[in-house]
Design a protein around this ligand. Structure first.
Ligand SMILES: [Zn+2]
Length: 319
């Protein structure tokens, strides 16, 4: 994914870009905003952008450096994530020590501290040392959904970047206004792509939107779930079909749990989904979603697709 593709994060991205343009902004960012909207993803993308070896269009997402960062396996990327546990002074000492070395293979060392509101006073004060005099080629990104819990001295040493929610709804609007899509199609693309503009646009151009409904009709509604159409699909098509299937069952789960309609991906098939709800228990839906994700793994390992679909079909229609 490209930097520019993250619609809804354009403001933060512009701020970040302005800071890191040219040679090395050292110091700290605080990424603040609700949970689950991609702050961490953007933080890793910043690390990629700074260390990408492509000539243009950084981060490319494909070079060695980008891949290693994506998999959190780059020697110049350090991520502290303690969940809801406190961030201890030892963690920060580790950062101070690491930051005293030059980058091993990239251009910049990047330290990401997740749930930074869990810094206690001692560890926050220790972190101040590096924020006040950041070593060259070092960037620290604090991530938090509770910026009010971060001590003021740390806040004042960092550039605070605010991330806003409602990415998918914004993307839906954007697709309607800028790409003249009808509401249901725009809704599907925005929610299926989880708010990612690049992916939504790619799907819009590459796929007849009714394709997904064919999969639904043949696989879920028909008495013979293993439609021959699916059998003949290429690996790429099958991957899409499995993703679509997963999203149907995810929708069923959400509807059954009573979440508002607007949260589901396949709003255009709401009526059919509602009819299916009584057929499945939560446990069965769990099992089915697990079976689909297992099938996706098998697909990547090039397991015979006929066998794969047969097994999945057996799982789906056990109920
Ligand atoms: Zn790259």
């Amino acid at each position: 994914m490209r930097f520019a593709d993250i619609l809804g994060h354009q403001k933060p991205l512009a701020i970040i870009n302005a800071y890191i343009q040219g040679s090395g902004f050292s110091g700290g960012f605080i990424f603040s905003g609700p949970e689950g909207i991609g702050k961490r993803m953007v933080a890793k993308m910043v690390a990629q952008k700074l260390n990408c070896t492509a000539q243009t269009d950084k981060p490319c997402g494909l070079c060695d450096s980008c891949r290693k960062i994506e998999n959190s396996g780059h020697p110049d990327l350090h991520i502290i994530e303690n969940g809801e546990a406190q961030i201890k002074i030892e963690d920060i000492r580790g950062i101070l020590r690491e930051a005293s070395f030059k980058p091993y293979e990239g251009a910049m060392k990047v330290f990401i501290i997740d749930n930074a509101h869990k810094l206690n006073t001692e560890s926050a004060n220790s972190l101040l040392k590096i924020l006040e005099e950041p070593p060259k080629s070092t960037l620290i990104i604090l991530i938090t959904h509770k910026p009010q819990n971060i001590i003021k001295t740390v806040l004042s040493r960092c550039k605070v970047v605010k991330f806003a929610p409602l990415v998918r709804a914004e993307l839906e609007d954007f697709l309607i206004k800028d790409h003249s899509l009808d509401k249901l199609s725009a809704h599907f693309l925005a929610y299926y792509a989880e708010g990612r503009l690049g992916l939504a646009l790619k799907l819009k151009d590459s796929l007849q939107l009714q394709e997904k409904n064919k999969i639904f009709n043949s696989f879920v509604l028909s008495a013979k779930p293993l439609d021959r159409n699916l059998m003949g699909q290429t690996k790429e098509q099958l991957r899409f079909s499995l993703n679509i299937l997963a999203s149907w069952f995810r929708d069923l789960y959400l509807l059954k749990a009573g979440l508002p309609d607007k949260e589901i991906i396949h709003l255009d098939r709401r009526e059919d989904l509602l009819k299916l709800i009584p057929k499945f228990s939560f446990k069965e839906l769990d099992n089915i979603m697990a079976a689909i994700s297992e099938s996706t793994l098998y697909l990547e390992r090039n397991i015979n697709s006929k066998l794969l679909l047969h097994n999945l079909g057996a799982q789906l229609w056990k109920a």
